[in-house]
Design a protein around this ligand. Sequence first.
Ligand SMILES: [Cu+2]
Length: 473
Amino acid sequence: MNKRRQLFRTSAAIATAAAAGAVSRVAMAALPEPVIQQSADTMPPLEPSTGRPYKPVVTLNGWTLPWRMKNGVKEFHLVAEPVERMVAEDFKAHLWGYNGQSPGPTIEVVEGDRVRIFVTNRLPEHTSVHWHGQRLPSGMDGVTGLTQPAIPAGKTFVYEFEARRPGTFMYHPHGDEMTQMAMGMMGFWVTHPKGKHKLIDEVDRDFCFLMNAYDVEPGSATPKIMTMLDFNLWSWNSRIFPAIDPLVVRKNDKVRIRMGNLTMTNHPIHLHGHEFLVTGTDGGPTPKSTRQYEVTEDIAVGQMRQIEFLADEEGDWAFHCHKSHHTMNAMGHDVPTMIGVDHTGIMRSLRDLVPDYMAMGERGMADMTEMPMPLPENTTPMMTGQGPFGSVEMGGMFSVVKVRKDQPHGDYSDPGWFEHPPGTIAYEWTGETPSAQQSPKLSQSGSMPLAEKPKQAIEVRAKARGSRRGHHG
Ligand SMILES: [Cu+2]
């Protein structure tokens, strides 16, 4: 038994003792023992051992909550609590979550299942759980003040309903939501169809993750909860690339990816090398007549989407949010654009004042990935991720769909980088290059960046190397 679980058990035991023996051991056994997850790794699918059969999902950098059957009811135990989440290697965030991680565990049930969820509140304030998108009795909808009293700190509430329609859902608090969701409280829910469903195909791999966003000052660990739009960490399941696991599939696998958006903005999610169908939305499976092939699907705030494709092209395929600022990490917002600004003169005078001064971004921001700049404790570089050809220059909401012909069925382990067949990689032209004809309009107007005088004085802020990350200038 791990330390954390031991602690929980001990505190549960103390709580029992404090109630002057009112709660017997038998009563304690009335609750399923909470299962706590220590790892931020992608856990293998949890094959159902009881209840109706289904093909389980794989939660990216996450896991599925085990349950127990009690008199035909599927019982789960969620524990809302402060957690330490590894958002990236060497970057720990102090979040709130469920059962040891943020997001909480995925809950998987089958259409028609009777579900009972015990929610124990170990947060310093009250909470509730809203089962986003489900058909259920109004009093089970989890809206603090409207459909139930809040779950006070230290108390356990019980939710019970039938999972009436199959599809992709989420759960999150509905009480002090701004704080609790900014702190990472959310989880995924999948209701599998009972038997064959004419709109829900069987797939070989079924992935899911939530989109979330945090504002964590470089060097600190707790998100700023008042931030409304200017987040600096755009994450999938509270992980940022390159710490988001790849989606590993076997060539010709039929693949489903389920996503939910609990950030404050929309995310156009883009897949390379394949076309997909949107097979499910908030309302469940889409009618087949409405499906069209896409390579990008915009997912609005509070929405869930399912996409499906046949992975018939081998390779390492980028899969990411198409808002380019969402594939960045720990970014400062007040960095001026320096492209085309010649620092040469000013560099000399600035180096007299600040010996370590570095000019940033005069050729674009790609230099950032190669800059050996010391970072403060507990943060992560802005654009990283080493690929086989150098830096991927990405962070945030980015992963790789790895399609391999020799990936064993049901094996999710990382096969490494794709070995491209000879003659299939973009290559450098080494012959003659005819001198480019410059557009007459451009040369007349003299609008090349370096030739243009800035209309306003450009403010250049100098900071010594090793100063707080994200404020380069
Ligand atoms: Cu995005």
